[in-house]
Structure formats: structure tokens, C-alpha cells
Design a protein around this ligand. Structure first.
Ligand code: FAD
Length: 468
């Protein structure tokens, strides 16, 4: 039997794989192939040569060593949600972590050990049984792996920070197949890099996550016709920027849906939705969220007390698997009349009832983490904005893509710089370096040279080991 740490020769690649891999191997022609290769964004209909459905770190190690020996490119699939579809590519080996979704909670230590293929809902369902959660994203079918490694904005970011700030340790399979545990004491520089650099440095097979106490949340949404949106957004800006970390306020511009609480005259028209969520004592919520709607009155308001699990699933139905998506995103310096005017113009041009422009004031605990403590850049960005096109007909691809691109371009005067790595899509060369800035990118490139010098893990927003 081949020692798992010996190099594998190309002529032994296939037998090495079949002798050592414990999970499920799926190839073109197999019954489950089309289902397993599909990712969330229906734009990416790509056909890997092999899908290695791993059961643990040892399988990931075997799959990586097989791919290198066979001369195949590698992609890593966590939840399959990346808008650029980086989890899958033609002719490659997809390391599929989706069977690895076990979560063990240590409520006393306020930590959870979550396997690298967990969805956010897998983590929540284990931790919420103890009244605990790890701050993460706003759609529960997103993968923990990609989200946490790239940063992780969500409901609790202003209160507790990003998901990557909650990575205490990680079990990582390196590009050469070796398995290490990155902690503050061992491979500490690798742990620094895992907090924000995406999947560049290794395949994380298990995260150890810090947990926070959570309870029911007070949640208030108001809807405004587009004609009133400028005034409402002026108030949003003033309100959001003076809040403490317990209050999270989000704005969305989109075509109003058919929900009962939305006035009939607004349904099917472009509208502004403002949401304020209170994470302090829920009984105090109403007094803290009401001022957002005090002077610019919405046409209708929906006020709810939600369990944390309900909050986490609020966004689940709006962005289903298999539709076509194209997202552009930027950080904004401000939300003054200039950018608001541009956002409203972009809203008037929305061509799909499924598309949306989201923006929110960040700050809070995100910026409490010292800048040098993690690979995640631009913690001081005031606002993040995403212009997300969603549609179903492939014949409409060009128009929706152009709308999304133009939506962010028209805000250029107010761009803060950089970008959120998890929202990048078909960017110009050099964008990843721009995201991290030169000093941080150089530090990450040095890590890449140490942990993945051959750039085996290149199916991502890639950090080149060749960079100075
Ligand atoms: P995948 O497509 O499976 O993986 C993306 C990349 O991550 C892979 O190419 C790989 O390089 C890497 N990767 C994944 N898992 C691992 C692992 N275990 N080890 C090593 N590398 C790995 N982001 C936010 O910050 N906040 C949000 O609220 C939010 N909401 C979203 C909602 C929707 C509907 C969608 C589609 C995306 C959202 N995102 C959000 C963006 C999200 O962070 C990225 O799409 C992220 O890449 C998703 O991770 P994934 O594991 O599902 O993706």
C-alpha cells in the first residue's frame, strides 16, 4: 500500500485514488453527475472531470494528491454559492465538501467545531439549541467555508464582527496533502491568512468557531414608493450612522412583491425597503427602530419579533438555486445625495422583478478588530453596496449583466476603494491585489509560497505565489 505521504506518480494516480478514497467518486455519465456539479448560480454550467465527494480530511488529502499526480486543475466546493462559480470548472477535479456538514458544540467553551462543507443553517441548527450562534451571512443555504474564509458580513457583524473574526482554529489540508491544525500557537500565520484570504491557502476541513449568545430579535421593515426614497434615504443615513452595535439597518431598492403587507398600489413597482433590526433586549427594540421611520413615513410597515433562526432564514427564498445571477459590489464612502441619486436612477432601470440593489452601513465591531490582526482588508469601509441582477432566461444575460455593471460604475465617484472578495465576479486582472492592498497582498503571497507554492488551489480569487 502506498504511504499517503509519499509523492504519487502520474501512472499510479488512478489506483492511488481508488485504493485510498473513502467517499463517493462521481464522473461524467454517472446518474448524480448533473445534480452534484450544479452550483447555486445557474450561469455556470461547467463539467468537471471528477467530483470527489469527501467524507473527511483524509479524503481531501487523497483527492488533492490525485489531482496533482494526474495533472488536473482543482476546485473546492463548500456551499456552491460563490456568484463567480469558483467551486466548479471544466475538466477539473472538484473537491466536494458538501457531505462534510457535522457540527459539534461545546456550549461551555462557547465554541463549535464545524466541518468545512457546512451550510450556515447546519451551524445554526446545532448552535441555536444552546442559544448560541456564530455571526455569519443572511441566507442560510450559503456555505460556511467560502463565506468565513472570505470574511462574512451578516446580521451580527456590527455587534460581534465578521465570521472570519470568529475562526479560533482550523484543520487544513494543504496543497501537498498534509494535514495541519492552524491555531494561535501553531501555524499562526496561516490562521491569520485564513481570516479573509478566501480558499487560497488550503482546504479547511474543520473550523473551530467562537460563538455568541443570541435570542429573539425585533425586526421592522418599511416600504416607500420610489418618489419618497430620496427623503427616506437621507434619514436612513443620519439614523444608521449614529447607532450603536445593537442596531443594524439595511436598505434595498427593488420591485415590490405581492406580499400581503405591501400596499396594492406599490406591488410590481420600484420601491425602497428599509429594515432596522435590534439585537439588544427585544422588549427595547420598538423604541430603537421607530426613529428610522419617524419623519419620512413609509407607506406600510411590518414589525415582527423573530427567533434568531427565523431571522437567519429571512433571505432564503429570494435567491433560489439555479436562477441566473450577476452581482457587482463596491464599498461607498458616503450615502449623500450624489450616490443616492445614482442608486435611484439604477432602480428605475431594473429590468427584472428578481433583481435588487442592497446597501448598508457597516462599521461597529467590524472595525474593532485591529487591521493587522487578520487578512481581511478595508474594515473601515463605511457602506457596502451590491447591485445584484437575477433572472431566468439565458437570452436576457447581456442586458442584466450590463445593468449590474453599470449600477456600480455609476457610483465610481463615491467608491471607497478595494472590494469584498466574496462578491468579485469577472474582474480585471489585478483586482485581487487591489482588494488586499500592496502590503497585505505581499504578506498573503508569501503565505501562498509557503503553503501552496505550485498554486494548486487556484480555483478562487487567486493570490499568486509569484507576487513580490
Ligand atoms: P463555494 O462556491 O462552494 O466556494 C467558493 C470558494 O470558496 C471556493 O472556490 C473555494 O475557493 C472556497 N472554499 C469554500 N469552502 C472552502 C473550504 N472549506 N476550504 C477552502 N476553501 C473553500 N457573503 C457575506 O459575507 N454575507 C452574506 O450575507 C452573504 N449572503 C449571500 C447570499 C447568497 C444568496 C449568496 C449566493 C452569496 C452570499 N454571500 C454572502 C457571498 C458568499 O460569502 C460567497 O458566495 C461565498 O463564496 C460562499 O461560500 P460557499 O462555500 O457557499 O461557496
Amino acid at each position: 500500500m502506498t504511504d499517503l505521504l509519499d509523492p504519487v506518480s502520474p501512472d499510479r494516480a488512478e489506483s492511488f485514488l481508488t485504493d485510498h478514497f473513502q467517499g463517493v467518486l462521481v464522473r461524467p455519465g454517472d446518474r448524480s453527475y448533473d445534480e452534484v456539479r450544479a452550483v447555486w448560480n445557474g450561469m455556470h454550467d461547467r463539467k468537471p472531470e471528477l467530483i470527489a465527494r469527501c467524507t473527511g480530511a483524509a479524503d481531501v488529502s487523497v483527492a488533492l494528491r490525485y489531482a496533482v499526480a494526474a495533472g488536473r486543475a482543482v476546485t473546492v466546493r463548500g456551499g456552491g454559492h460563490n456568484v463567480a462559480g469558483t467551486a466548479v470548472s471544466d475538466g477539473s477535479v472538484m473537491i466536494d465538501l458538501s457531505l462534510m456538514n457535522r457540527v459539534d458544540v461545546d456550549a461551555g467553551a462557547l465554541t463549535a467545531r464545524a466541518q468545512g462543507g457546512c451550510l450556515l443553517r447546519d451551524v445554526d441548527s446545532a448552535t441555536l439549541a444552546h442559544g448560541l450562534a456564530c455571526p455569519a451571512g443572511v441566507v442560510s443555504h450559503t456555505g460556511l467555508g467560502g463565506l468565513a474564509l472570505g470574511g462574512g458580513y451578516g446580521w451580527l457583524a456590527r455587534k460581534w464582527g465578521l465570521t472570519c473574526d470568529h475562526i479560533v482554529a482550523a484543520e487544513v489540508v494543504l496543497a501537498d496533502g498534509s494535514i495541519v491544525e492552524a491555531t494561535e500557537d501553531d501555524h499562526a500565520e496561516l490562521l491569520w491568512g485564513l481570516r479573509g484570504s478566501g480558499g487560497n491557502l488550503g482546504v479547511v476541513t474543520r473550523f473551530t468557531l467562537r460563538l455568541r449568545p443570541v435570542g429573539p430579535v425585533h425586526h421592522r421593515t418599511g416600504v416607500f414608493p420610489l418618489a419618497d426614497a430620496a427623503a427616506a434615504l437621507a434619514l436612513y443615513r443620519e439614523f444608521a450612522e449614529r447607532q450603536g452595535p445593537d442596531l443594524h439597518a439595511v436598505a434595498t431598492l427593488k420591485i415590490a412583491g405581492q406580499q400581503d403587507w405591501i400596499p396594492e398600489r406599490l406591488r410590481g413597482t420600484p420601491a425602497l425597503f428599509l429594515t432596522a433590526t435590534w439585537f439588544g433586549e427585544s422588549a427595547e427594540g420598538p423604541e430603537h427602530t421607530a426613529p428610522l421611520f419617524a419623519t419620512a413615513a413609509p407607506d406600510a410597515v411590518l414589525t415582527r419579533l423573530l427567533s434568531f433562526a427565523e431571522l437567519q432564514a429571512l433571505g432564503d427564498h429570494g435567491e433560489p438555486h439555479g436562477n441566473r445571477y450577476y452581482t457587482k459590489s463596491c464599498y461607498l464612502t458616503d450615502l449623500t445625495e450624489g450616490p443616492v441619486g445614482q442608486l435611484l436612477d439604477a432602480t428605475r432601470e431594473i429590468a427584472s422583478p428578481l433583481s435588487a440593489i442592497d446597501f448598508e452601513y457597516l462599521r461597529g465591531a467590524i472595525g474593532d478588530v485591529p487591521d493587522e490582526d487578520s487578512a481581511f482588508p478595508r474594515r473601515d469601509a463605511p457602506y457596502i453596496c451590491t447591485v445584484s441582477a437575477q433572472w431566468t432566461d439565458p437570452a436576457e444575460d447581456a442586458g442584466h449583466r450590463a445593468w449590474s455593471r453599470r449600477g456600480v460604475e455609476r457610483l465610481a465617484e463615491w467608491h471607497f476603494g478595494g472590494a469584498y472578495v466574496n462578491y468579485l465576479q469577472d474582474e480585471q486582472p489585478g483586482k485581487v491585489a487591489e482588494v488586499y492592498g500592496s502590503a497585505r497582498y505581499a504578506r498573503l503571497a508569501a503565505l501562498k509560497r509557503r503553503y501552496d507554492p505550485e498554486n494548486v488551489l487556484s480555483g478562487n480569487q487567486n493570490i499568486s505565489p509569484a507576487a513580490p
